[in-house]
Write a protein that binds this ligand. Structure first.
Ligand SMILES: Cc1cc2nc3c(=O)[nH]c(=O)nc-3n(C[C@H](O)[C@H](O)[C@H](O)COP(=O)(O)O)c2cc1C
Length: 203
């Protein structure tokens, strides 16, 4: 066989192999990245005062809406607040969410009961919106931002306050307020792994 024909034949074999390798390699490395982001995540309550950009906030919302939901109902709604006056008004009424002012942005993750499953399944909205929340927290970590989940539901006092402050309808329930901003760097992730919590095969 002529040299050129051999090169062409080898090329035909190698090119598809390279494509396969290129498809496999990013998946393998993004797996490792995902785990490091999960282990590095921590609640951030101290912020530099430099706010996240709109692009960054949109990335977080996209990550939130990538979460799984029961019967794929996606019973969520997100209110994003960056206005200092509104952040201050929220912080004034919410003693455990005061960090939103320094963070510069807050995402209120809500369950919309109009979109939730009927009957007993309605309660799945809490799990659906919690999955979205965790995605947002992890995405913030991946972007080098800091975030913390501050709980609203099931405190009716906090839910009513947030609904009133932001004009949210009664059937849309704020599950939490996530503070988002640039971390000062004070907080470190905790190692919470404890084999005592694991039961293999049976309790
Ligand atoms: C349902 C829920 C409600 C929370 N509420 C608040 C809150 O109101 N204020 C706050 O500073 N942190 C709040 N947190 C954050 C927890 O305090 C934090 O996740 C916990 O201490 C573990 O620390 P880590 O997130 O750094 O791993 C809440 C977390 C969850 C899941």
């Amino acid at each position: 066989m002529k040299y050129r024909a051999v090169v062409a034949m080898l090329g035909a074999c190698i090119v598809p192999l390279c494509c396969v390798a290129a498809e496999v390699a990013p998946a393998a490395s993004s797996g490792a990245d995902t785990l490091s982001v999960i282990y590095a995540r921590k609640s951030v309550r101290h912020y530099t005062g430099v706010a996240a950009t709109k692009d960054q906030l949109e990335t977080l919302l996209k990550a939130g809406m990538a979460a799984p939901t029961a019967v794929d109902r996606r019973p969520w709604a997100f209110v994003v607040v960056t206005d200092k006056k509104i952040l201050n008004a929220l912080a004034d009424g919410l003693p455990y969410s005061k960090m939103i002012v320094q963070a510069g942005a807050a995402i209120i993750v809500c369950g919309d009961l109009n979109k939730a499953l009927p009957g007993e399944g309605q309660a799945f909205w809490v799990q659906d919106c919690s999955a979205a929340t965790q995605n947002i927290l992890l995405a913030a970590q991946a972007l080098g931002l800091g975030a913390v989940w501050t709980g609203m539901y099931p405190s009716s006092e906090r839910v009513n306050f947030v609904q009133q402050a932001l004009g949210i309808p009664k059937e849309v329930i704020p599950l939490n307020i996530i503070a988002v901003g640039h971390p000062v760097g004070d907080e470190k992730p905790k190692d919470k792994f404890d084999p005592v919590n694991i039961h293999w095969e049976k309790w």
